[in-house]
Design a protein. Structure first.
Ligand code: ATP
Length: 198
């Protein structure tokens, strides 16, 4: 049984290895980015705080978050980014911590895909932290292929802890500059090790 945090920079391959590991270990995956998006869209307290503290126009006529506007605003003003994270992160953290306690008492593995794990000092909550790393060029290439502008990706990368610093802190490192098959092979090795610890 283990509570595993998977972290790494934008486009490093966190979600991809989480889905490999989830299948191999039959473990539930908690995607903090997805839950943060859902929280922003549906949590009334969060929505009110965002309207009040970020922008009254933060939600469109359809009631959904105006992600383009928010992205532009936090890109221009880093303080707004910090504020938005302060509104969202405690709620997201409470959700994965509650879930990890549930899994801990029932046995099994639980995997949390959490980009800012070290930046937010969350390592204390995990039995093991896996860092997914790759070259900065690979990160840029992958993130741009998903439709983000190069400057946007570079700006996000500047706000994240450098990959090598994360690597130095990791319990385990997965280097993902190769093929998906190579990544899957690393996931299998990792799953075997975790299986031994079960
Ligand atoms: P983000 O932090 O931006 O959400 P991430 O770290 O979760 O990103 P993924 O979503 O897993 O990264 O991967 C980014 C993109 O790169 C995806 O389209 C994924 O399919 C692709 N990818 C990941 N690893 C590889 C690989 N080894 N070979 C080819 N494509 C890959």
């Amino acid at each position: 049984m283990a509570i595993i945090g998977v972290t790494g920079g934008i486009g490093s391959g966190k979600s991809t290895i989480c889905s490999f590991l989830g299948a191999l270990l039959q473990a539930e995956i908690f995607d903090t980015d997805r839950i943060a998006k859902e929280t922003l869209a549906h949590d009334e307290v969060v929505r009110e705080a965002v309207k009040r503290e970020i922008s009254p126009q933060a939600f469109g006529k359809d009631g959904l978050p105006d992600r383009d506007l928010l992205r532009r605003m936090i890109f221009k003003n880093p303080l707004l980014k910090v504020r938005l994270e302060e509104i969202l992160h405690p709620r997201v953290r409470a959700a994965w911590r509650a879930k990890s306690e549930e899994v801990r008492s029932s046995g099994g593995h639980f995997i949390v895909d959490i980009p800012l794990l070290y930046e937010n000092g969350a390592e204390v909550f995990f039995d093991m932290v896996v860092v997914v790393g790759c070259a900065a060029d690979t990160q840029l290439h992958r993130a741009c292929a998903r439709g983000l502008a190069r400057e946007q990706v570079e700006a996000i990368m500047r706000t994240q802890m450098p990959t090598l610093e994360k690597v130095a802190r990791a319990d385990l490192v997965v280097w993902n500059d190769g093929s998906l098959l190579q990544l899957e092979a690393q996931a299998k090795e990792l799953a075997m090790r975790l299986g031994d610890k079960a």
